[in-house]
Design a protein around this ligand. Structure first.
Ligand code: A2P
Length: 337
């Protein structure tokens, strides 16, 4: 059985990766519709060695689409995802448009796959990239030792902001190295050779929305509103791969050896934790272009009797977005076998 699959935002950074992961994983694509704005309609995209024409989402008829992967921003999802769902498609949405709705499941494929079936509106939400990689690593620890509190600082690459953000880091870097003035467009201030503690909009409480996503999504995905999360989200001049410095406090004591043994057999996780030069994951040496969530620098917190520190790195465009969306599509497809 193969499926009529639509990718909305197919010309974007995540959409393009969704297409290559569908091909890599041999997803049973029967018909493929690739959709974007009228700006790129009429152009061609390669899928599995074949050329596919890009269609304009605004004039596309969704009848017959069975699985639709959306990654074209929140406003596009808000307008079109319900239309695709009404036409009979299961929508897997990478935007934040529906993530906090009670009747839309928010699913990490390794953590709460059973929630995929619980979709009264025909929409399944794909979590934010930072929450995604954090929970692939923390969910097994939570189940066994009970995480009570998470302190997390993120080091997020520019690709999380889409293609234009990725291009801007390259452009600013070139300009700075040739002593030219820079004029930030996609970032509030210079990103090349800098760090910016500001991702998404500021909220009334002084946190950014990116930080609040870590709180809201962690609780929803783990199904536990008692978990305390204290986040700081920072944009860094890295092209691909988000990193996170995470300090957890658990109900039951967990040693480094126990944490390592558990993580080594957890799905989607790879432990890289040798106490030597390069014996830890970085975005460039491990994450970029790969599927795993890498965990290193596992240490017992010297300041807390039940505290554990971890360094968590993953490719934000793959596991953080496109790969998880395709894994959710696989779960939906498996229902019909
Ligand atoms: P387009 O290339 O036609 O602008 P990124 O996150 O890398 O910036 O990509 C965003 C994706 O969302 C692109 O594929 C972009 O298409 C698509 N997109 C943006 N706005 C719309 C829209 N109004 N309708 C359909 N697709 C859109």
């Amino acid at each position: 059985r193969s499926f009529h699959v639509a990718v909305v935002g197919a010309t974007g950074a995540v959409g393009e990766t969704m297409l290559s992961i569908l091909a890599e994983r041999d997803f049973p694509v029967g018909t493929l519709s690739v959709l974007a704005s009228e700006r790129s309609a009429g152009g061609e995209i390669e899928f599995n060695g074949q050329k596919v024409k890009v269609q304009d989402l605004a004039t596309f008829d969704p009848s017959g689409v069975e699985i639709a992967l959306f990654s074209a921003g929140g406003s596009v999802s808000k307008e079109y995802a319900p239309k695709f769902a009404a036409a009979g498609a299961v929508v897997i949405d990478n935007s934040s448009a529906f993530r906090y709705d009670d009747d839309v499941p928010l699913v990490v494929s390794e953590v709460n796959p059973e929630q995929v079936a619980n979709r009264p509106r025909g929409i399944i939400a794909n979590p934010n990239c930072s929450t995604m990689q954090m929970l692939v690593a923390l969910a097994p620890l939570h189940r066994k030792y009970g995480i009570e509190r998470i302190n997390v600082s993120t080091y997020q690459s520019v690709s999380g902001g889409g293609r234009s953000a990725t291009e801007e880091l390259g452009k600013q870097t070139g300009q700075l190295l040739s002593f030219q003035e820079i004029d930030p467009q996609r970032f509030p201030v210079q990103i090349a050779f800098n760090l910016i503690p500001h991702i998404d909009d500021f909220q009334d409480n002084g946190f950014t929305k990116e930080e609040m996503k870590l709180i809201w999504e962690t609780r929803k995905i783990l199904g536990d509103d008692s978990i305390l999360v204290n986040p700081t989200a920072v944009r860094v001049p890295v092209f691909y791969g988000h990193s996170e410095s995470v300090a957890i406090e658990t109900r039951d004591k967990v040693t480094v050896a126990e944490a390592r043994a558990l993580l080594e057999q957890s799905p989607g996780v790879e432990v890289v934790d040798r106490h030597e030069a390069g014996g830890y994951p970085t975005p460039v040496t491990h994450a970029s272009g790969t599927d795993a969530v890498y965990v290193g620098r596992i240490r017992e917190d010297l300041s807390h009797p039940r505290g554990l520190n971890l360094w968590i790195v993953s490719d934000n465009v793959r596991k953080g977005a496109a790969l998880n969306a395709v894994q959710l599509a696989e779960l939906v497809a498996a229902e019909q076998r």
